[in-house]
Each structure stands twice: as C-alpha cells, then as structure tokens.
Design a protein around this ligand. Structure first.
Ligand code: XMP
Length: 513
C-alpha cells in the first residue's frame, strides 16, 4: 500500500478506531490501523504523512496502561491524539493529566479559543461535539496552546502549529460532532499536506498490477457467492489476468430467487468470464431432509459446500491460486480485533480444506465494505449487485424455521423477492443494512374469499446497523409494509399471514436461526 499517502492510526482500544479510519478514507486518504505497541519499524516503513492516536478505555495512570511509542515523536510528522491519545501526547510532552471525578459522556459544546490555529481555522467559535472521557489535561505542555475549552472550562483541544502536534478531548470521527469531518479535513490536507490519492480508480489500478505480479501466468479459481465481495474480487482478477481466472458458482438451492441466473448474466454473459455453474440443490436438500436444528443445518451446509467446491476446483487441475473476498475488518490487528475474529469464523462457510494448497489472492484485504462497493461501482458492476445486502452462507436454510424442503424454499423465495422489490421501488433498499423474509414453522387460520384457510406465516425482517454486532429494526413506512403484506398473501401460494419483526439485536439476532 505504500504507493498511497498513508495515515497511521495507532489503536488504543477505542470502539471508534475503525470509524476514524473510515472517516479519513472518505476524504480520499489511505489510513491503516496498527496496534499501539506495533514494531516501530512497521510504522516507519509506511512513511506516514501523519499519525492519529485513537481514544481508549484506560487512564494514563493505570498500571500497565498503553503508552506512546517514541516513533510517534521521532517520525516528525503531524500527530493528532484523540481523547486518550491527547492525554498520552500531553503527558509525554511534559503536561499534566488529572483523573476525572466523573465521566463526561455524550454531547457537549466547546468554545474555540484559537481560531487562527490550523486545526480550527474558519470554524464557528462554538462547536457541538461528542465527549467520552474520565481523565482530562490540567496542565498544557510547553509550546502547545489551548485551542478550545468545554463549557465547564475543561481543555478540549491543544495544539502547536510549528511542530504540528494536536489533541482533541472530543471525538471528531463520530457524527455527533458535526464539524468533525472538517476538523479531520484540516488535519489531513492543511496540516499533513495530503493530496487525496485514495480513490476507487487508483485502488483498481494498483490492485490489478499487484494481482498480475502475484499470479504471473498461474491459474486462479474463485467461488462466486452472489454477494458483492466475491463479485468485486472476480472482476478485479479478471481485469488483471482474464481467462486465467475460473469462477465457480455453487447453487445450493438455498439462494435468493434468481440469484444463479443473475450471476450467470453478469459474469459470464456481460463480462465474459469463465464460469462453472454447479446445480447442487438436490444434494443439499437431501442432506438437510428432516433436520430442524439451526447449528446442524449450518454444519451440514458448510460440509457439503466444501465437498462440492473442492471437487470442482480439483477438476481445474492447474489452479494454483484461490481468490477470496477477505476484507479489512477481518484482518485488522488492533486492540479491538477480537470481535472481528469472531465474526469471521461465523462467516466461514465456503472455506476450503487446507490440503488443497492453493495460494490466496485477496485484493480486498485493505478495504472496508463501503469501499468495496465504491470499487464495484467504479468497475461497472450493476447497482443491484453492488448494494446487495449481506446473505448468510447457509442461505435460506436459516430463514426457514423447521425442516427445509424444496417447496418451502420456493415459498420463501417468492415472499422475499416481493419484499426486496418493493424496498427497491420505494428507494429504501440502500438505506437498510439487511432485509429479508422468514418462513415460520407454524400455520395460522385465515379467511380468503368465502373459505377458511390454514396456511403459512411469513415474518419480514429489516434492520439498520453500522457493524452487524448490534442492530435496530428499521422503521419502515406502514404503507410499504401494508403493500408488501398484501402482495405476499395474494401472490404467494399457501401464505395467509405476514408479520413484521420489531426486535432489536441484542437480545434478538438479525437472522432467526
Ligand atoms: P446474526 O443473526 O448473528 O447475524 O445477528 C449477523 C450477520 O451475520 C450473518 N450471518 C451469517 N453469515 N454464515 C454467514 O456467512 C452464517 O452462518 C451466518 N449467520 C448469520 C447475518 O446474515 C448478519 O448479516
């Protein structure tokens, strides 16, 4: 990644560290997160244009609290310490930090005392900000000025325009600090002198060159899932090495409606890729016969998937490389990465046995999901594919409660397709993180025409979330819910009732199984 100007973010365990990286990258500057105790040689090797120190849960006085590596000062590049990062910087430069008696958490107002400072130049003199801290800076180091104070007099920002060292007690990266984007912009462009080289076009050019260098004249095999990550990887690899790539799409029979057809249309017909379509639905459904336990379903599907994929991949006996859609949140080494690892194992359906000895090609390792989508758009992939919601590896099997049969899959696919079509038509699909229908294992009584019915219940689920670890149910318009429900009971055989799931996560999960 050294071909892009880079900001290094040292992670001190803040829940916002990834958000800092995203905010920086949204301003077209590449940012890489490293743990605070990283080997300093790795920081130096990146020749960063600037360093940002994240917040963190510690007090600088805690025993064994994370410290400031000397490279931060020795690199002689601009530094922005946020919250804990500011306290560390102040302490290191000879200032004083005091333990707070109470935590200041939430929205606050700060008054800018130095509007001539590079960090705040041209901003209004009072800023709405988001605070989250216990300790505070009580004596500012020599050479640094107090740039802003909170309403109750606490030092809210410090800085030195000569050495280009800054700290903010508040969080410029969260959207509750509305001017945060502008403050980061001043840091990146006016203070670090960045030019904005991180763009989808520049990324594509570099990724294509890297793939060519890695793969040479070797052959790459890649599993398309129907989702955006594997689609973008396939398109990048295809752009780099053309027919040296073979894609495999395993139709488990548990996909959304028309998914296999869309994959064939996009990748084979429109982009001309080599694509092997495997209809394994009979095999998957047979293996799932009589199974109702969610974890058992996952295990069976994972195992079948590996077997089918492996058999196809072995047929391409000259394949040396495996393309994979690993993205940045899966690989960040940071104080907060335990959760990322957990999500990854949960998502591992589709992995390959190690004895296949394929080398991995993972061009998206440095991208956040929203960046994968931007790259997808820049590569010319269809909008509906680029914005597709995540879909679990076990597919509709974990959205059909109880036994999975071909008939029940068809019922759910039809109901799900109506829901998604209506969301797209209402312009609401992109604003929602995940939306789908679930087929319940109960029947309920209804009346249609003059007759009594006793038929299936479909639940609609739509959630908003930043990271899928917590989620809230989407406040969809009643009008839309009414239209979807009406269409489902009229158009999908054997469904007479539709309900909307208003559970948040936690305590519920996003999927029903
Ligand atoms: P939950 O239901 O745990 O889901 O709130 C969080 C996110 O993970 C997806 N998910 C899975 N993805 N294999 C996957 O690849 C799975 O077994 C699996 N289970 C849940 C879910 O769709 C949501 O995006």
């Amino acid at each position: 990644m050294s071909s892009y100007e880079t900001i290094v973010i040292l992670d001190y365990g803040s829940q916002y560290t990834q958000l800092i990286a995203r905010r920086v990258r949204e301003q077209h500057v590449y940012a890489e997160i490293l743990p605070w105790d990283v080997d300093p040689a790795r920081v130096a090797a990146l020749s960063p244009a600037g360093i940002i120190l994240s917040g963190g849960p510690n007090s600088v006085y805690d025993e064994g609290a994370p410290t400031l590596p000397e490279i931060v000062i020795e690199a002689k590049v601009p530094v922005l310490g946020i919250c804990y990062g500011m306290q560390l910087l102040a302490q290191r430069l000879g200032g004083q930090v005091a333990r707070g008696t109470a935590r200041e958490y939430g929205p606050a107002k700060v008054h800018i005392e130095r509007q001539d400072a590079l960090l705040f130049g041209g901003l209004a003199d009072t800023l709405a900000v988001w605070m989250s801290h216990g300790d505070r800076v009580v004596a500012v180091p020599d050479g640094l000025a107090v740039l802003a104070r909170s309403e109750n007099g606490i030092v809210a920002a410090i800085g030195d325009d000569v050495r280009r060292l800054y700290g903010t007690q508040f969080h410029p990266e969260v959207h509750h600090t509305p001017q945060g984007v502008e403050i980061l912009h001043r840091f990146l462009y006016d203070i670090c002198g960045c030019q904005g080289s991180w763009t989808p076009g520049a990324f594509i050019e570099q990724a294509v060159a890297d793939i060519r260098a890695q793969v040479g004249d070797g052959h790459v095999v890649l599993g398309l899932s129907g989702g955006v990550d594997s689609a973008v990887v396939a398109t990048l690899i295809h752009r780099a090495v053309g027919d040296q790539l073979t894609c495999i799409f395993v139709d488990t029979g548990l996909m959304r409606r028309d998914e296999g057809h869309q994959v064939a249309e996009t990748f084979n017909e429109a982009l001309g890729m080599r694509l092997v379509m495997v209809d394994a639905s009979t095999r998957f459904l047979a293996a799932l016969a009589g199974v109702v336990d969610p974890e058992e379903k996952r295990r069976i599907i994972g195992e079948q998937f590996i077997r089918v994929f492996e058999a196809e991949a072995r047929r391409l006996n000259d394949a040396k490389f495996l393309g994979q859609g690993t993205i940045y949140p899966d690989v960040i080494e940071s104080a907060g990465s335990a959760t990322a690892h957990r999500i990854k194992s949960h998502h591992n359906v589709g992995g390959l046995p190690e004895d296949m000895d394929l080398r991995l090609v993972e061009p998206l390792r440095s991208l956040f999901k929203d960046e994968v989508r931007q790259v997808g758009l820049a590569l010319g992939l269809p909008e509906k594919l680029v914005w597709r919601h995540p879909f679990p590896g076990p597919g509709l099997a974990v959205r059909i409660l109880g036994e999975v049969t071909r008939e029940r899959v068809a019922t759910l696919q039809a109901a799900d397709a109506i829901f998604l079509d209506e969301l797209w038509d209402a312009g609401l699909y992109r604003g929602i993180a995940q939306a789908f229908a679930v087929l319940l294992p109960v029947r309920s009584v209804g009346v249609m025409g003059d007759g009594r019915t006793y038929a299936n219940v479909v639940s609609l689920r739509a959630v908003t979330t930043e990271d899928f670890m917590t989620a809230d149910w989407a406040r969809l318009p009643y009008e839309l819910l009414g239209r979807v429900a009406n269409r489902i009971v009229n158009e999908v055989a054997d469904v007479n009732r539709v309900v909307y799931d208003v559970s948040s996560k936690p305590p519920a999960t996003i999927e029903w199984e």
